[in-house]
Design a protein around this ligand. Structure first.
Ligand code: NZQ
Ligand code: ZN
Length: 383
């Protein structure tokens, strides 16, 4: 196991009805900016519940944070924060609202151009405190300190993070997920699954605790997926789904082990260029990446095949191929397609993406050997 520092101060309030406890968590006398997305919380009643739990507080609203939140929109929120002298941010929504709110928290107190936080990785020295109410299990943003923001004008989707951006608390009420459409539930399952593989499908590092945690998240997601997607509102399935997503990206399974993240870095560019949902991009990239990186990941792919999918028989190569096929079939079974062509994307349209990676010269993956040329091979095989 590698050495590591682990720090996660987020208080989790988990279960049905936990929104009622909101006022115990928001500082007394806070001036609250409540942030949300395109309006789902108004349709499913969460908006009313939150406002009634915040009775007695001064609450200002900022709605309209879009999926794959945009820098341009968030800078409008920063103007509101300054004008209204906001002291606390409350994000109510999915990963996009949470990430966007983390960016508002950092940008509002940033000296200089907040774009530098994304473009140059400028250090966040101060941030407003944040609380969250999660309505879409997927990203883990509710219990981590990072986010991903898109700049529309330059088609860039970039990551940022700081220990100052951990939420003070996150409320996870599985019943908030009942109004989610099937495709968003499926995206969430894929996202949590691939957060886990990014921290597990690398090379052995003698870390059985992390490996077995990772395998338990993957197996739980596979087991509950049909119940999550079934039409009935199955509380237990939604609760286990929500907790799997949080556990997949709160730092625990990645502590002390090599991590990959290439699928995410390639996926972000696909979203920036084609507007594909985050989960969809991951489902397209992962199987192709595993095929390309099969030799580097050989031992962990065999372990994954055995412990997650029960694949015991056949040559090593057969078992690895089978594990990759089972992975793609799992995504397909959720209604998420795993080929670019299924979304009407042709090889000609990939040219600017190849160009971007050639310019960036990033070396991705746990061995830093996924270069621009390799990314081209991966994406071509995902067509
Ligand atoms: O905007 P509203 O009207 O709320 O609708 C949203 C949105 O259209 C809807 N939705 C959310 N909760 C709902 C609901 N609809 C009905 N009922 C509910 N309870 O779902 C749509 C998608 O929401 P979004 O927040 O965009 O989805 P998700 O949670 O998948 O977040 C994706 C974003 O998170 C980033 C992604 O890159 C992407 O920008 N990620 C953040 C990470 C992190 N902070 O650690 C890691 C991830 O890998 C990921 O990159
Ligand atoms: Zn993700």
């Amino acid at each position: 196991m590698n050495s590591f520092d682990f720090y996660n101060p987020v208080k989790i309030l988990f279960g049905e009805g936990k929104i009622d406890q909101l006022a115990q968590e928001v500082p007394v006398n806070a001036i609250v900016l409540m942030t949300y997305g395109g309006g789902s919380i108004k349709k499913n009643g969460i908006y009313d519940k939150v406002l009634s739990a915040l009775k007695g507080y001064k609450v200002v609203e900022f709605g309209g944070i879009e999926p794959n939140p945009r820098f341009e929109t968030l800078m409008n929120a920063v103007t509101v924060v300054n004008a209204e002298k906001i002291t606390f941010l409350l994000a109510v929504g999915g990963g996009s609202v949470l990430d966007g709110t983390k960016f508002i928290a950092a940008a509002s107190l940033f000296k200089g151009d907040p774009w530098d936080i994304l473009k140059r990785g400028a250090k966040v020295e101060k941030a407003l405190p944040i609380g969250t109410i999660l309505t879409l299990p997927a990203t883990g943003s509710e219990m981590n300190s990072g986010g991903v923001i898109t700049r529309e004008s330059t088609k860039e989707k970039l990551v940022f993070g700081s220990p100052l951006l951990f939420p003070k608390f996150s409320i996870l009420d599985p019943t908030t997920t009942y109004s989610l459409p099937k495709n968003q539930l499926a995206n969430g399952i894929v996202d949590a699954f691939i957060h886990t593989t990014e921290q597990y499908l690398t090379y052995p590092s003698n870390s059985p605790i992390q490996d077995r945690y990772a395998e338990s998240i993957l197996k739980t997601l596979i087991e509950i997926a049909p119940h999550v997607l079934a039409d009935t509102d199955d509380y237990q399935a939604r609760a286990n789904f929500m907790w799997s997503c949080t556990m997949a990206l709160n730092g625990l399974i990645g502590a002390g082990v090599p991590t990959d993240w290439a699928t995410h870095m390639i996926g972000h560019v696909l979203t920036a260029f084609f507007g594909l949902d985050h989960g969809v991009t991951l489902a397209i990239v992962l199987p192709a990446l595993l095929r390309e990186m099969k030799d580097d990941k050989r031992e962990k792919l065999l372990q994954y095949g055995r412990n997650v999918w029960g694949i015991e028989n056949g040559t090593e190569d057969n078992r690895i191929d089978e594990a990759i096929i089972r992975t793609a079939s799992f995504f397909n079974s959720l209604g998420v397609k795993t080929k670019l062509s299924a979304y009407g994307i042709t090889s000609d349209q990939l040219a600017p993406i190849f160009e971007r990676f050639q310019t960036r010269q990033w070396k991705l993956g746990e061995r830093k050997n996924i270069t621009a040329n390799r990314i081209e091979l991966i994406l071509r095989s995902a067509l």
